[in-house]
Design a protein around this ligand. Sequence first.
Ligand code: GDP
Length: 305
Amino acid sequence: MLLQPRLLPRVLSISSKPRFSPFSTHASQITIPLPSPPILSPLTPDSDLDPSTQNPITLPLQKLFVPPETQLPGDATSASAHTRVLTGSNIVLGPYAFDSQVVNAEFVKSSVRTADCPSDGLPEFALVGRSNVGKSSLLNSLVRRKKLALTSKKPGKTQCINHFRINDKWYLVDLPGYGYAAAPHESRLNWEEFTKDYFLKRETLVSVFLLIDASIPAKKIDLDYASWLGQNQIPMTIIFTKCDKRKKKKNGGRRPEENAETFQSLISEFFESTPPWIMTSTVTNMGRDEILLHMSQLRNYWLKH
Ligand code: GDP
């Protein structure tokens, strides 16, 4: 079967044997500094950060996300020296990671149907997550504007697909938060339907960024959401939020990276290979530049094919 080039990232993100990766022949590991020494990220951790998050993590090679057209050293033992893995993530940097900075951002429109979304063909990334996961904070941090995401919180727009144009070149899309107990049943069903319709039909959607609160144990609604995306082969990046939060007794004493790991293992059966993930905090700025670099390489590849 011939792959449609525009759909390639979608296929790659769930394929069990990444076509561009030699990983399937290796059963080795790579150590990822967290977050020092930085491979590409200049960010230094806040001193308030849980020291445990500063230990290097070791990932089996097959758990890395390798973007298209990215070669890894054939010799697995040298992978950690030469492979550029984004700090606090499982994402390998490839040749398409450039032009990542946000220079300007503007709200464009709110749509209630996929058919009403902008039709200029620019690539887009959708942010979605449970209410209170930190979606507005992340959106503001990505565009370095304190209140841009307030637009999406205005009455009448919380249940809409909100498009923000970045550098006149691509879109960040804010989707309605799910799992908000106070939302009327009818409106809940309605947005579920239209966000699913958007995921399935929006041709310019490069990847969904699913936000998961790493300061608490996995919630069923998040697991359901992630597994639906996996089963429907929608490309997805997991953004673990609030990774600055220290463990608390009421959370079962688990650290953010432990919650993140559990979440991944619980959804693994719905994905043929590990989706890309990034640990973030809008308090310390952890993960901000990494998200933008990851978006740039997905976007630039998408644009070229
Ligand atoms: P939204 O409902 O998903 O848009 O969530 P908000 O961005 O409004 O954030 C919900 C709450 O979580 C607010 O009290 C934020 O200050 C807090 N919050 C968001 N991001 C972080 C984070 O990275 N770390 C911490 N500690 N709190 C956060």
